[in-house]
Design a protein around this ligand. Structure first.
Ligand code: ATP
Ligand code: MG
Length: 398
């Protein structure tokens, strides 16, 4: 294993803490990622200094979670989370510790962490502290709880979903004892908020192995949100083909659940998981679109664009692409690039033009929509002259 060397702005934080006799180290996800050879997204520092002491040493800081010991420090223009070594008290509600104690001791701090691969620290001098043999588990590829898995899941039920998240992200299996405890403790997820479940689910959906959701569901971890378990995982495998964007991945996930009757209504499912309005609307419309075959020509694509809007049709094109193994996104891109009209605001005339031509009230909207029908079928007719002519003859003919 090559030496783990955090960037200059992190080293500076460690150095300042050490200069004031406070122990400090990098810990958690950044150490795990560095060992795996992946660039860490953020570097977390743990220290023996209390939050007030950290704030005194680093006046340019934000007290992001002082109750839990976390202060976000700015160093060379970058942010570093500095968290006081802590141990967690009892977890009566299976989600939050009743009390957090600052312990001044790294070993106790590592013992509260969820998995062995997340419980490794490296001190400022470069000494690796790995009491639970997380490095071995990184190299053999294993998700294993720190301590007794059943107890750890009783403390915080979200860890069961986190186990699947890390398993799917790194392609590591979950150790048998940890997995058996998940099966046993799965009903504890009912104590979790929908938002925390949603965030973990989304992170799993965005990995390269979203088919792990079959097992997540099979274990009962989504029982509060679905009507029955999935009968197969082949639909989920297709999610991995999609861009790593939340919207498309949620959409195809919903489609798979819908097809297997695990959910009856996409809107209800996503709303219960507190997804945002745009995602709920797009996914729900997208699943409606996906019920039929993909369009066979430009006119049909434009009709879809007109009815559902660009975001939703792009989402549907990606899902169809994954289902039929065809590049529908490219077809859609070409149509969008062609500049052909599929919406009222791209029409060569507008309501004011019709008013000037003698139209009134609701006949304006009706005529614009009839003109749009024509232009979608015959893009060359989208000129001011032709449309005004069509409008004047159209109204006479109707
Ligand atoms: P990511 O790269 O996805 O952020 P991470 O390991 O950094 O992965 P975080 O959720 O940012 O995950 O948490 C940082 C560290 O805090 C973890 O590595 C772990 O040591 C600890 N941790 C986070 N959540 C929990 C939890 N629910 N139970 C126990 N320890 C946790
Ligand atoms: Mg992190």
């Amino acid at each position: 294993m090559s030496e783990i060397s955090p960037p200059k702005y992190v080293k500076a934080v460690l150095k300042t803490l050490n200069a004031h006799e406070y122990p400090a180290c990098i810990v958690g996800g950044c150490v795990r990622d560095a060992i795996l050879g992946v660039e860490p997204q953020d570097w977390d520092v743990a220290t023996g200094a209390l939050p007030a002491q950290v704030m005194e040493l680093f006046p340019d800081c934000i007290p992001t979670g002082v109750k839990h010991g976390t202060v976000t420090v700015r160093s060379f223009g970058q942010f570093v989370e500095v968290t006081t070594f802590r141990s967690d008290g009892e977890y009566a509600d299976h989600r939050h510790p009743d009390k957090v104690s600052f312990v001044g001791d790294l070993t106790a701090d590592l013992s509260r962490r969820d998995f062995t691969i997340n419980a490794i620290a490296v001190t400022s001098e470069g000494t690796v502290v790995d009491p639970y043999h997380g490095i071995d588990d990184i190299f053999s590829g294993m998700i294993k709880c720190v301590g007794d898995p059943g107890k750890r899941f009783e403390e915080d039920a979200l860890r069961m979903l986190r186990a699947f998240r890390f398993s799917s992200r790194f392609g590591f299996p979950i150790e048998e004892k940890t997995f058996c405890a998940i099966r046993e403790k799965a009903p504890l997820v009912f104590s979790l908020s929908a938002e925390r479940i949603r965030d973990e689910l989304e992170k799993i959906l965005l990995t390269s192995n979203p088919e792990i959701l079959y097992t997540v569901i099979d274990c009962g971890l989504l029982d509060g949100y679905i009507d029955k378990h999935l009968s197969r995982d082949d639909g989920l495998i297709r999610i991995a083909v999609l861009n790593k964007k939340p919207l498309v991945r949620w959409a195809l996930f919903c489609m798979v659940l819908l097809a297997d009757e695990c959910i009856a209504d996409v809107r209800d499912f996503l709303t219960s998981l507190r997804l945002d309005g745009r995602t709920v609307r797009c996914c729900s419309d997208c699943c409606d679109i996906l019920k039929v075959n993909p369009p066979e020509n430009n006119v049909e694509w434009k009709q879809l664009l007109r009815k559902y809007g660009v975001d939703t049709v792009e989402c549907a094109a990606s899902c169809w692409g994954a289902i039929y193994e065809q590049n529908f996104q490219e077809i859609l891109k070409r149509i969008m690039k062609s500049g052909e009209c599929f919406s009222l605001h791209r029409l060569a005339i507008n309501g004011n033009d019709l008013i000037s031509s003698g139209f009134d009230g609701k006949e304006i909207g009706e005529m614009l929509n009839r003109l749009l029908d024509i232009v979608i079928e015959a893009p060359e007719k989208n000129t001011r002259e032709i449309l005004l002519k069509l409008a004047s003859t159209g109204i006479k003919n109707s």
